[in-house]
Design a protein around this ligand. Structure first.
Ligand code: SAM
Length: 231
C-alpha cells in the first residue's frame, strides 16, 4: 500500500549544507529559519491560533538522504560511528520513508510563513506537517534513553581577532546572531566521530551566505579563522 504526501511548506534555513547542522533542535538556539507555506496553506487560515503557541513539531522529509533500499541497521554518530543498531532505535537520517521530526521555537506567525529558531533542518527541506507542541503530552520527565541520555558534550570554540570581527560585521548585515550561531554549532564538534584532525587541516561550512572556516589546534578545541562571503 502506498500513500502520497505533499509538502505544506519549504524551510528557508541558515544551514546551507548538511555538515555542521546540530544533531537535534535546540542545541543551537541561534539557528533560525523561515518556513514558507505553500498554497493553499499560505493564506493565514491554516495557522490561525498558532500564534499562541511557543513551540511546534515539524514533520519533514530528509530530502538529501533519501535511499531506494531501506537500511535495517545504522551506525549513529552518537555511538562513535562504529556500532550498528536497529534503525528504529535511532534518529538517523537514513530511514524508511525519510521522515524527520523536530520541536522548534515558534518566534512569529506572519502571513504565509512561520519564523522559527533552534532548528536542525537543512535549507530547502520539504515540511510535511506542523503541529503545536503540547507540554503535558509531549514532555515525559520519566523517559529513559541511555543511548542519548543528555545533549552531546560541547567543545571549546575560540576566534582569531579577524574572524570575530568578520562574524560581527556579517551578522549585522544579515540581522542574524551569527557569532552565536557559529559558536553554538561548532561547539557540537561537527567532525566525524572517528576523525583525529591534523592541526593544519582547515574545515569549512556555509551558514547563511558566508563561509566559516576553522581548525583544531588540539582535538578538544576549535579556532574559527575566517568568516567570508561565499564565493
Ligand atoms: N530532529 C530530527 C529527527 O530526530 O528526526 C533530525 C535528527 S537528524 C540526526 C539531524 C541531522 O539531519 C542534521 O545534523 C542534518 O545534517 C540532517 N538533515 C537536516 N535536514 C536534512 C535534510 N533535509 N536532508 C538530509 N539530512 C538533513
Amino acid at each position: 500500500m502506498q500513500h502520497c504526501v505533499t509538502p505544506v511548506g519549504i524551510m528557508r534555513s541558515c544551514f546551507k549544507e548538511k555538515f555542521a547542522i546540530p544533531r537535534q533542535p535546540h542545541l543551537a538556539p541561534a539557528a533560525r529559519g523561515v518556513l514558507e507555506l505553500l498554497p493553499p496553506f499560505n493564506t493565514g487560515e491554516a495557522v490561525a491560533g498558532l500564534e499562541q503557541v511557543s513551540h511546534v513539531w515539524l514533520l519533514f522529509l530528509f530530502h538529501q538522504a533519501l535511499e531506494d533500499t531501506p537500511r535495517l541497521k545504522v551506525r549513529p554518530p552518537r555511538l562513535g560511528g562504529n556500532k550498528r543498531v536497529g534503525v528504529f532505535a535511532t534518529r538517523a537520517t537514513h530511514r524508511p520513508n525519510g521522515i524527520g521530526q523536530s520541536v522548534v521555537r515558534l518566534d512569529a506567525v506572519e502571513p504565509g510563513r512561520l519564523l522559527l529558531s533552534g532548528i536542525d533542518l537543512l535549507d530547502g527541506t520539504p515540511v510535511l506537517d506542523i503541529k503545536p507542541y503540547v507540554p503535558y503530552a509531549d514532555s515525559v520527565p520519566s523517559a529513559v534513553n541511555p543511548m542519548a541520555s543528555a545533549a552531546p558534550a560541547a567543545i571549546e570554540v575560540d576566534w582569531s581577532e579577524q574572524a570575530l570581527q568578520q562574524a560581527h560585521d556579517h551578522g549585522k548585515r544579515l540581522s542574524e546572531p551569527l557569532v552565536a550561531l557559529i559558536e553554538q554549532c561548532l561547539a557540537q564538534d561537527p567532525r566525524p566521530a572517528y576523525q583525529v584532525p591534523p592541526a593544519e587541516r582547515v574545515y569549512g561550512v556555509k551558514f547563511w551566505d558566508v563561509q566559516v572556516r576553522w581548525q583544531y589546534p588540539t582535538p578538544e578545541r576549535i579556532r574559527v579563522t575566517e568568516v567570508s562571503p561565499d564565493a
